[in-house]
Design a protein around this ligand. Structure first.
Ligand SMILES: Nc1ncnc2c1ncn2[C@@H]1O[C@H](COP(=O)(O)OP(=O)(O)O)[C@@H](O)[C@H]1O
Ligand SMILES: CC(C)(COP(=O)(O)O)[C@@H](O)C(=O)NCCC(=O)O
Length: 402
């Protein structure tokens, strides 16, 4: 089981916690299942522009993930915490079909029957790209220190100007990669994608290194040296730079290229060198394709999400260098703290489209200050802004009478 928030009960006693859960959303991807859910604290009230007082549900957004291949563990987790009761209700439906949980990703289709059978709830499917965009827009606007750059070991938070966020390119590196041009809160287009993504890294890495987990593979790549396997420009040019076309002797000329002439077998290479080379190849390639798409559509800002990144320094550094190199410093790679939860967050946001006569008559609002709640949304979540240690985030639900 790979749950980021094993520690969620740290905030509340289990019983208390379970009774206060509302709104569970799922993103069931090719590799991982992501969960976002809201737990309530005690109510209070805030004023809307100093005039109307609205009741407020203080609470927390929680984030958790499981491997898709271990979906039964995930369903058990949901069941044990009674998270499945946190959907919306169709009052007119028969008892067995009353609760709907928002879900996105291919698994919302693939596992719909299994979830119905095990949890007795139906899935209300939300389109994956819309959810990614809604989640990214929301997190970028609502969470302080959501976006950052990473280059040469330096992490720098990016202040998001709500009036100058669009257009941008969203690159979601999940099992595969989707590239989405985001023009506004509601306008976007998936402009490209590549099948060489996180699933490729993990799949090939597992075969080549015999690592048992993704994190083990990432860790291994920390201490590897890609030069042992990659063919560098210097290997071809007798140690020289190829300055005429701007390539230094240390630039990779051909990923894994040395393996053709070394007369070695796979066992002769250190797994850490293989892992390093693979990570660099995939990250570089995604960075380059992303930049080319950004160039084609005149986009200067590129946000990278998806769990391939995993907050891993070397991955981010490689992507940043690729974007910087190809754009000659014109475009910038930025990363998102909630990288892999964009789709689940977007599915969570889509509860705003439902009025079940209960807790959906509300807005999740920016508590401080209220005016930052962005318009045109019933749920415009958030937050004091800061993330705490267990990755859950404080937020407030403003209950509106509609
Ligand atoms: N614990 C993990 N198990 C498997 N893959 C992981 C894990 N952590 C990170 N990854 C990487 O994240 C990718 C999945 O990212 P994600 O954004 O969840 O996409 P998807 O929606 O396709 O599951 C995997 O292909 C792998 O590269
Ligand atoms: C099919 C997908 C949208 C599914 O999303 P995922 O589970 O990988 O996050 C994604 O894998 C993808 O965009 N693949 C690349 C396909 C292509 O454009 O060639």
């Amino acid at each position: 089981m790979d749950v980021r928030e094993g520690e969620i009960q740290g905030n509340l006693e289990a019983d208390e916690f379970e009774s206060q859960i509302s709104h569970l959303a799922l993103d069931i991807g090719g590799s991982l299942i992501k969960l976002v859910y809201f737990s309530r604290n005690n109510g209070s009230s805030i004023e809307d522009n100093g005039r109307t007082k609205h009741p407020v549900l203080g609470g927390r957004l929680h984030f958790a993930k499981f491997e898709t291949s271990k979906i039964n563990d995930c369903l058990e987790f949901i069941h044990s915490k009674k998270l499945h009761l946190g959907g919306f209700r169709r009052h007119e439906a028969p008892a067995s079909d009353k609760i709907l949980i928002k879900a996105t990703g291919g698994g919302a289709y693939k596992f719909s029957d299994l979830i119905k059978e095990k949890l007795g709830v139906s899935l209300e499917k939300e389109e994956e790209m819309s959810c990614l965009v809604a989640g990214a827009n929301f997190l970028l606007k609502a969470v302080h220190q959501e976006a950052f750059t990473y280059m040469d070991g330096q992490k720098e938070y990016v202040q998001i100007d709500h009036n100058d966020l669009y257009p941008y390119l969203l690159v979601n590196i999940g099992s595969g990669v989707s590239m989405i041009k985001v023009d506004s809160d509601s306008k976007f287009e998936r402009i490209s994608g590549t099948s060489v993504g996180g699933g490729t890294f993990w799949g090939l890495g597992r075969l080549l290194t015999r690592c048992k987990s993704f994190d083990e593979l990432l860790e291994l790549s920390h201490c590897g040296n890609n030069r042992v396997i990659d063919m560098l420009v210097g290997d071809i040019y007798g140690g020289l730079d190829y300055s005429k076309i701007g390539l230094s002797s240390t630039t990779i000329a051909s990923s894994f290229g040395r393996a053709i002439s070394d007369n070695k077998e796979l066992e002769d290479y250190k797994p850490e060198d293989v892992a390093r080379s693979l990570l660099r190849m995939i990250s570089n390639n995604i960075g380059q394709i992303s930049y080319l798409n950004a160039l084609q559509f005149g986009l200067k800002r590129i946000f990278f999400g998806g769990f391939f990144i995993r907050g891993h320094e070397y991955t981010m550094d490689t992507i940043s260098v690729a974007v910087n190199f190809w754009s000659k410093g014109e475009a910038k790679a930025m990363f998102l703290h909630h990288e892999g939860f964009l789709g689940a967050m977007g599915a969570f946001m889509s509860y705003e489209n439902h009025d079940d006569g209960d807790s959906m008559n509300h807005q999740l609002v920016q508590q401080f200050p209220v005016s930052m709640a962005y318009p045109g949304r019933k749920i415009c979540c958030s937050l004091n802004g800061n993330l705490n240690d267990n990755e859950s985030i404080d937020c407030a639900v403003l209950q509106l009478s509609v």
